[in-house]
Design a protein around this ligand. Structure first.
Ligand SMILES: NC(=O)c1ccc[n+]([C@@H]2O[C@H](COP(=O)([O-])OP(=O)(O)OC[C@H]3O[C@@H](n4cnc5c(N)ncnc54)[C@H](OP(=O)(O)O)[C@@H]3O)[C@@H](O)[C@H]2O)c1
Length: 244
């Protein structure tokens, strides 16, 4: 029998905002698939959701490794045989290497773009055939306020002084990709949006971050479960549109 439940794949979901997004979507009744580059960590994350009584699976995806993406798409197409929600959550920040535009090394740019942009594009393209079959496809791209050109150009913005060139450029590119894909998919059942989760206490966000992971997942969860009249092609934080 074909699966009738809404199915969500979340990349980089073995910890942090990704795992919490998966947990909150599972609590809403979705079947969640944890994408993780480390198989054991992915399984452990899925089990932590199963222990709460919800259905969760794990699949190995390293977003920088096309073979793992293709294999994951093949497996999900086989079982559960559908995909309604893709949360492109996996991301990196090269702490200690990323910084000023004049000195941050090209290799740091490459590694950051590899995961944050090229990986996101590769995963999206691999799963689009399945998402197109959904009656309500949703794609959520984890961006950041640090990817906003408008915020970086505004001396009154809270992030005006926070310039980490490789990461910021990669998230600005995620925003542009979101815009282009949403435009291409307008008139279909698929909505594509970018999310700024907030500054969130995770391994990436650090202990100083003001938001806990429960609140940090809320923007992704909202965009993953938008109603038919919800927006597409936007950049949101807690249901408020961000400046690009
Ligand atoms: N925390 C914040 O304040 C904040 C603010 C704005 C935006 N964001 C964005 O939100 C997303 C989640 O961040 P987070 O704070 O939850 O970070 P995190 O705790 O460091 O988690 C990042 C996740 O991405 C995974 N990942 C990294 N490279 C990967 C790859 N090549 N293939 C597959 N998975 C990969 C990590 O897997 P491993 O465990 O294997 O490394 C981990 O599961 C990121 O896109 C980040 O840029 C975060």
């Amino acid at each position: 029998m074909p699966m009738t439940r809404t199915v969500a794949l979340i990349t980089g979901a073995n910890k942090g905002i990704g795992l919490e997004t998966a947990r909150q979507l599972a609590r809403k009744g979705l079947l969640v698939i944890i994408g993780a580059r480390d198989e054991a960590k992915g399984r452990a994350a899925a089990e932590s959701i199963q222990k709460e009584g919800f259905e969760a699976r794990a699949v190995r995806i390293d977003v920088t490794d096309p073979a793992t993406i293709a294999e994951a798409a093949r497996r999900i197409e086989g079982d559960p045989g559908r995909l309604d929600v893709l949360v492109n959550n996996a991301g990196v920040f090269a702490a200690g290497k990323d910084g000023p535009a004049s000195t941050t090394g090209v290799e740091t740019f490459r590694q950051t773009f590899d995961a944050n942009l090229f990986g996101l594009v590769a995963v999206t393209q691999a799963f689009l055939p399945l998402l197109r079959k959904s009656s309500a496809g949703r794609i959520v791209n984890l961006s950041s306020i640090l990817g906003s050109v408008a915020e970086h150009g505004d001396p009154n913005s809270g992030i005006y002084q926070m310039k980490v060139a490789a990461y910021d450029c990669s998230k600005a590119a995620v925003n542009m990709y979101t815009n282009h894909l949403a435009h291409e998919l307008r008139g279909t059942a698929i909505k594509v949006n970018a999310a700024h989760p907030g500054w969130v206490k995770t391994d990436m966000g650090g202990p100083e971050a003001p938001m806990d992971v429960v609140d940090g997942a809320k923007t992704s969860v909202w965009l993953a479960t938008l109603p038919p009249d919800g927006p597409s092609g936007g950049f949101y934080h807690t249901q408020v549109h961000m400046r690009w």
